[in-house]
Design a protein around this ligand. Structure first.
Ligand code: ATP
Ligand code: MG
Length: 424
């Protein structure tokens, strides 16, 4: 029979890798806890309209990448391609903003139908932060610093923070006219994608990877020149705030998010170690989104971090070998009376808080000891029919300089004390 395979771009996370993922998740949780950011969990499936309105029809994500289908109730549904729209929907739906500003984080799988390659999958995972109800430039600095410190704490090296401002809605409307006027004059030199964007989403042209288009843009008017004095001031405050926190950044005027509800700060955290998929974390201010989705006008800033890319970076750091954690005890056992007794002993030790790997092979003692050694456990607990008859278990150190002990089989407290005292 033909073997069944996972879908293209849908990747299994195998046991050898889960402990690194768990470390990243635990570190993120801890950073959010210390920063007073609370978790929110939303459904993976939403009505399609949420993303059409919340991300925008003109974007690649909505235009080309969504997993959309009609359900049995004739509803158009979409697997979430990102987290922000769902979080904002939930916050509006449950009236959370009436209780005050919200400092939220989320994590989990996202789905985009794109071409799979290193650091790009169709099901991938993000951890994201959203501050809703925060207008001040300090909240931009705080949001960025939480991402920066998390990545630093995980031990990721060689990161760069790229920063830009998109100005206010008015600034952008003014700039859009200038840019379109300039590009119209050189329309024949634009790549087809950018020609297409000229009407729909001209700011995204700044993001084009096409070298001819980039050359053309070198002489284009810049958004920085179109900023009103207040917007310029605000950007200065963000930069000064980052500098005061010793967070280095470079200005990247090409960094844009092409939708109307994005404004002011936009940023990415990138690594040169990731090839073409260089961005680990991207975010910015989206003051218009809550209103766009039917809530009261609410300033907001957030970011999302790509777990796969982050894990790729961590696996390059020495010492992040893909091995699972070793058990505290490996339970070697063989014999008609010993095997059921071992099951009870394993359960009692686990209840007492120890991690126990129970050998259930029934193989010769020598073979089981080899496996015990390979497991990385500090101790082997040995149970044969002879031990059961005497009512004891033998504890043998596999590492370090503990001494072999024989303890009453029924006395789990004594066993635990022995295992803990020497090994840990
Ligand atoms: P890219 O330009 O790489 O497609 P994006 O602008 O579409 O990124 P965002 O929507 O800002 O990405 O998502 C935030 C982060 O999520 C990205 O910086 C990246 O780390 C991660 N990410 C996005 N799409 C994918 C994907 N298909 N596979 C793995 N990670 C992804
Ligand atoms: Mg993308």
């Amino acid at each position: 029979m033909e073997k069944l395979q996972s879908l293209r771009g849908m990747v299994d996370l195998l046991p050898a890798h889960t402990s690194l993922w768990q470390r990243v998740e635990a570190t993120a949780r801890d950073h959010f806890r210390r920063a007073g950011v609370q978790e929110i969990r939303t459904p993976l499936l939403e009505v399609t309209e949420l993303f059409a309105r919340g991300i925008g029809e003109a974007t690649d994500v909505v235009g080309k990448e969504m997993y959309t289908f009609v359900d049995r109730g004739d509803r158009s549904c979409t697997l979430r391609p990102e987290g922000t729209a769902s979080v904002v929907r939930a916050v509006i739906q449950h009236g959370l903003l009436s209780q005050g500003s919200q400092r939220l984080w989320y994590g989990g799988p996202m789905f985009r139908y794109e071409r799979p390659q290193a650091g790009r999958q169709r099901q991938f995972h993000q951890i994201g932060l959203e501050f809703l109800g925060f207008a001040d430039a300090r909240s931009d600095v705080e949001a960025i610093s939480i991402a920066w410190d998390l990545l630093a704490d995980l031990g990721v090296q060689g990161l760069a923070l790229e920063l830009n401002t998109l100005g206010s809605t008015d600034d952008r409307a003014r700039y859009r006219e200038q840019l379109v006027a300039y590009l119209q004059r050189h329309k024949d030199q634009l790549d087809p994608d950018s020609q297409d964007r000229l009407e729909r989403n001209p700011l995204r042209i700044l993001d084009s990877k096409n070298p001819d288009t980039q050359a053309l843009l070198a002489d284009a008017p810049t958004l920085a020149e179109a900023l009103a004095p207040e917007s310029r001031d605000r950007f200065e405050q963000v930069k000064a705030g980052l500098t005061a926190l010793d967070i280095p950044f470079t200005l990247n005027p090409r960094l844009v998010r092409g939708l109307d509800y994005y404004s002011h700060t936009a940023f990415e955290i990138t690594s040169t170690q990731l090839g073409a998929q260089a961005t680990v974390c991207g975010g910015g201010r989206y003051d218009g989104l809550v209103e766009q989705l039917g809530g009261a006008s609410t300033p907001a800033i957030g970011w999302a971090l790509g777990m796969e890319r982050l894990v790729l970076l961590l696996e390059q750091v020495a010492g992040e070998a893909a091995v699972g954690p070793a058990p505290d005890v490996y339970l070697v056992n063989r014999g008609e009376a010993a095997e059921p007794a071992a099951l009870t002993l394993a359960r009692n030790l686990r209840r007492a808080g120890l991690s126990v790997e129970l050998d259930s092979s029934g193989a010769a003692f020598g073979k089981q000891f080899k496996r015990a050694d390979r497991s990385g456990a500090a101790w082997a607990a040995v149970l044969g029919d002879g031990e059961v008859e005497q009512g004891v278990v033998r504890l043998k150190p596999l590492r370090g300089n503990g001494e072999e002990q024989e303890l009453p089989l029924a006395d789990v407290d004594a066993q635990k004390a022995c295992l803990v005292a020497i090994a840990f």
